[in-house]
Write a protein that binds this ligand. Structure first.
Ligand code: SAM
Length: 234
């Protein structure tokens, strides 16, 4: 269970209405039973369900399920379910932060007022995926940016996946250096314009390849996170 509260041993924490429903009606947990509580920022505890529905924090548990360094995915927004799928799978694979962007070839149109609601829904998808795969840190899904703002999210090493072989500096997994925080930019369905690639390069992103085949945008994002995790955890 994910508790957005500070928890310490012998403290009670309060599940929200949805979590109470899940505990009582879905997994049918009884008073006195033990459950796993995370604060989403790396702390894990064992907890005991109390008669009043609160959870008594018993002890802190040491769990190592996160990548050793942070991995930021800056990804072009894509349509409908495929975006939700990208969020879920990249969370399972260990991404630290997902930054959606809009660019000249983005198909999805965002309605100003609904952006906050969408972002909350995305954060919820990531939260549920984190719980399912027992992550201890919940990745952050940022509000969408314009592609030119990608430099706000630079890490120690920065890449953009680009399918034009003439510009590619090599395969992403061979360029990555273990132990350094990483940002990878993935384009939307329509890819990047040459001007966008030039701008990203000027900001410090190196062009890299994800292999010889052209992947769909969501596959490219998942492949990139998977390759980065493999290098970081090796
Ligand atoms: N419209 C583009 C085209 O026809 O060439 C394809 C864009 S692709 C569907 C979406 C994104 O996935 C690209 O912008 C790129 O970031 C990434 N991508 C897909 N395959 C790739 C590959 N083999 N190497 C590097 N990046 C790739």
């Amino acid at each position: 269970i994910f508790i957005q509260q500070k928890a310490k041993v012998q403290n009670f924490v309060e599940p929200d209405a949805q979590q109470r429903h899940h505990l009582q009606r879905v997994v049918r947990m009884k008073e006195g039973e033990i459950l796993r509580v995370i604060d989403g920022q790396g702390q894990v505890f064992s907890g005991q369900l109390n008669t009043d529905g609160r959870i008594l924090i018993l002890e802190q548990i040491q769990e190592d399920r996160e990548l050793p360094v942070s991995l930021t995915l800056v990804a072009g927004l894509i349509k409908g379910e495929r975006w939700d799928w990208l969020l879920q799978k990249c969370t399972e694979l260990g991404v630290s932060r997902i930054v959606p962007f809009q660019s000249s070839r983005t198909v999805v149109k965002l309605d100003g007022e609904k952006v906050d609601k969408k972002q909350q829904r995305w954060q919820k998808i990531v939260q549920e995926a984190s719980q399912q795969c027992k992550r201890t840190q919940i990745p952050q899904v940022c509000l969408p940016i314009a592609l030119r703002e990608a430099d706000q999210y630079l890490s120690e090493q920065n890449f953009v996946a680009y399918e034009d072989e003439a510009l590619q500096g090599g395969l992403f997994s061979t360029l990555l250096e273990k132990g350094r925080s990483t940002t990878i930019v993935i384009g939307p369905e329509g890819g990047f314009s040459p001007a966008e690639i030039a701008q990203l390069q000027a900001q410090g992103f190196r062009c890299c390849s994800l292999g010889k085949r052209i992947l769909r945008a969501e596959t490219a994002a998942i492949a990139a996170v998977c390759l980065a995790a493999a290098v970081m955890e090796a």
